[in-house]
Design a protein around this ligand. Sequence first.
Ligand code: MTE
Ligand code: LUZ
Ligand code: MOS
Length: 753
Amino acid sequence: MKNIDTIGHVTGKSVYLDDIPTISGTLHAAIVGSAVAHGRIVKVDLAEALKLDGVEKIIMYNDIPGENQIGGIIEDETLLAEHEVHYQGQPIAVVVAQTERIARKAAQLVRIDYEELEPVTDPRVAKEKGLLLIPPRTFSMGNPDEVWNKCKFVVEDRVEIGGQEHLYIETQGAYAYPVEGGYIKVHSSTQGPTAVQKTVARVLGLPMNLIEVDVVRLGGGFGGKEDQASGFAAMAALAAHLTGKPVKLVLPRHDDMRMTGKRHPYSGDFRIGLTDDLKILAFETTLYQNGGAAADLSPAIMERTLFHSTGSYFIPNTRVTVYSCKTNLPPNTAFRGFGGPQGMFVIESAIAKAAETIGVNAIEIQRANLLNENDEFQYGQKAENVNAHKCFALASEKFNLDNLRKSIDNYNLNNRYSKRGLAVMPLCFGISFTNTSMNQARALVHIYQDGSVAVSTGAIEMGQGVNTKMAQVASILLGIDINRVKIYSTNTTRVANTSPTAASSGADLNGNALRIAIAPLKKRLLKVASEILECSEDELNIENETVTRSGQPTPLKWNELVKKAHLKRVALTENGHYATPVIYFDKTNEKGHPFAYHVYGTGIVTVTLDCIRGTYTIDDVYIVHDFGNSINPLIDLGQVEGAVVQGIGWVTLEELAFDPKGRLLSNSLSTYKVPDIHFAPKSIQCIPLPTTGPDLAVLRSKAIGEPPFMYGIAAYFAIQNAVKAFNPSHRIQFNSPLTPEKVLMQLYQGGSV
Ligand code: MTE
Ligand code: LUZ
Ligand code: MOS
């Protein structure tokens, strides 16, 4: 089954926000962002801008009829700055004009005087100054302090982890228009239509039932539009509300890069203790999350870092603390993995450091500590249906890991200025929003008289193929051709109170809601069929568009059945509600059962390093991944490939640079490098682990969106291993991203070469 969007995408017919036909009289908005990262606004002069022909209005905080507040978890973020600014690019005013060009030009003519204040960009400095977004949290199990002296090896180090720009192809934006009586319709490029609805209602001082949010699809979100689309939608809606006209706001790439938050950089200290036989007995780490100027999703991201800080391993004595630090960067936000990658980078760093100190390959430590059935995580949940060892073993066998290692050793013996490296990344990622209440979804199904089916869910299509999966679920469960199923846009008037499509659980949550909506529809239809065929309902089913009796086709076809059901006045609409069972979490003791299940896998990455230039190529990626019983292997494989390349980019090329004044230097595509087709691995081979899949996954097909991102971490350590092959005095550095510049320095440091 191909993605239902494929043809539309390659022929350019798929509709994104900017393709929605505009209503005549539509105005365009541009944002005036702060020029400084921290300061007081002394004076705002709009005169020059207002003089420009075509400018309709310039909106400031005091024009807001409702609350000037967009904070989701914590109410600490204004829509438009009032007297102080806390990051460069922070929105201060919205210019509304007849064309986009005029709006942007006028935005440049707005004169703002600032009294500059000292910015903080380093999370450790913020922590020292007491600048925390929320109090620190600690997850622990056992007691590391009691066992350090029982460890044969204890090593410690510091780790720096960089952030990441989402670089979704479609920038943030929204199109809003007044309908009547205060009712506003908003098209938004958002992963969270309900969050947009709530934020717009709040800013306008209106009830949620006067705000309709509609989303056809996104040109990528990657977490960047889980929360941060709301502010931009609110600006468009505010402008529409105040002018009484349709208003479109689409961020230029440069504004998007400057104004929006990114993956959180983290800084940390770790200590790890191992026994003689390489068992990790104790692990302790303190991490400083660079949250940016407002909380945004940082508290939830911090939580996932705590959950995933022991990676794919069982560590009986663990203590992990995270400080969420307030700095003068744009509020950092959700990004594929949601704090998990940072947590896992730290434990993998600790293992690499231990391996280097002991003089073994990190793979031996990884293998010796993989999770086993019923092992307890530091958050109280027991590992069930653990596939950590299975994936590791299958990857070793299928990709002939021992031979791979030998051939790389041989290569390194025979080549002086070119070295190869390999590293393995075992994966364990928890599926569910860590905030239990968010694990709910709804679906609305209409069967029309002609037998065509319309499905609305809370899921947002952002390229990950969730609409195809929803269509598959409907077609499989109703027993009809997928071409009969239309997936409607995600709209708050059809499906209310949605969680954002995030945490990789879009397909699970919405697919299960869809299953629940379909069950009674099918039951009613089979009852009608039993009346027509004069037999018991229990014998009947619908397969291939035909009613079957004890597995044999009857003359009754799907469209005939639907027509008859309608004439018999049977309801052909259903609404399904799903809430993930089993899960809970108790924050008072930081224990519970937060995840429906875990996704496992093992990734192997090999690289070749040019030891003259410090540049490297990513050669091969070998993965065994636990898909469960995938309902769409093609889409899932695409997700693996995309995620892994994005993960490799995070730890290699993608370097965010801010100057000491907190201004983003890597603010364009010429200064921020993401993997392109030349940098992408020469090959990515991915073998599915044969399993039946867990009950709580949609049709036992496991969540796929985020987990494979973390295989990319192996690229970091593979490159470090190649550096060591060239420069034996090199000690592994834990400072991501590992750009070619850094590698070049490392190759020649220590003077032994
Ligand atoms: N794939 C594409 N093509 N574009 C995206 O924006 N976002 C990722 C992942 N895969 C993304 C993607 C992220 S961060 C998440 S959480 C999941 O998709 C969300 O979709 P799902 O819950 O349906 O997997
Ligand atoms: N968003 C969220 C997420 O609000 N909670 C989560 O647990 C989560 N996990 C991954 C990605 N987004
Ligand atoms: Mo994904 S970071 O959960 O949007």
